[in-house]
Design a binder for this molecule. Structure first.
Ligand code: MN
Length: 228
């Protein structure tokens, strides 16, 4: 291909046991645990979950140290189970959704909460609050063929050894297959898509120097440090 400017590399995430997962799109579910919806001032019984995106090249791999994000005074962690698609589709039935899944990872939906709050207030897009550089830390991917996720798998995050969020994935309002099915009605899903499935309650701020561990039972831990 005779590109007119240098082409960007395809972002990838390591797979446990070898190989690299090429990232296509990053979808995030906005509201998928009842207690988190409540802490953000919403009524989980009345409002459907919704989706937003981060650019594919916002992934940050486990073990990384990243700078504190720019243009913000309030960065929040949101620990999430990430579903990694090996197949695509549109209008996928709930009962067929699991066949699209390649594997799972632990992710953090890093959020510039002050910018997101301002965007909510003014009716502006969330992109600069959610889709900024290095906003999608992700651990290594475990193939679904190698792990059977416990339906009550614990999900937690520690910051400097202190537990900040802790829940289990049975508390997802929309299950993973339901989320895939619903999302596939809005967009055609593709191999390489990541779905950050939403965060439980307890989102909190991060500061320079924080040492973070993210965990979902059965999935490789995510290690992240915010530079001093
Ligand atoms: Mn989130």
């Amino acid at each position: 291909m005779n590109y007119a400017v240098p082409a960007s590399a395809i972002p990838t995430v390591p797979v446990e046991g070898g190989g690299e997962f090429p990232v296509h799109r990053i979808y995030c579910v906005g509201r998928n645990y009842a207690e988190h919806a409540r802490e953000m001032g919403s009524d989980p019984d009345r409002e459907d979950p919704f989706f937003f995106l981060k650019p594919a090249d916002t992934v940050v791999l486990t073990g990384a140290t990243i700078p504190y994000p720019t243009m913000t005074k309030l960065v929040h962690h949101e620990i999430e189970l990430v579903v990694c698609l090996g197949k695509g589709g549109r209008d996928v039935k709930v009962e067929d959704a699991e066949s699209l899944i390649y594997g799972y990872a632990v992710g953090i939906d890093l959020t510039r909460r002050d910018l997101q709050n301002e965007a909510k207030k003014t009716g502006r897009p969330w992109d600069m609050g959610k889709g900024f550089d290095q906003s999608a830390p992700i651990g290594n991917i475990v193939p679904a063929s190698k792990v059977k996720l416990n339906p009550k798998a614990e999900i937690w995050i520690t910051v400097n050894g202190q537990t900040k969020q802790k829940s289990d994935i049975s508390k997802l309002i929309w299950s993973v297959p339901e989320t895939i099915s619903y999302l596939s009605r809005f967009v055609e899903l593709a191999p390489g898509d990541l779905i950050y499935s939403g965060t439980p309650e307890g989102v909190n701020s991060l500061v320079a120097g924080d040492v973070i561990v993210g965990h979902v039972d059965g999935v490789p831990d995510l290690h992240l440090t915010i530079a001093k």
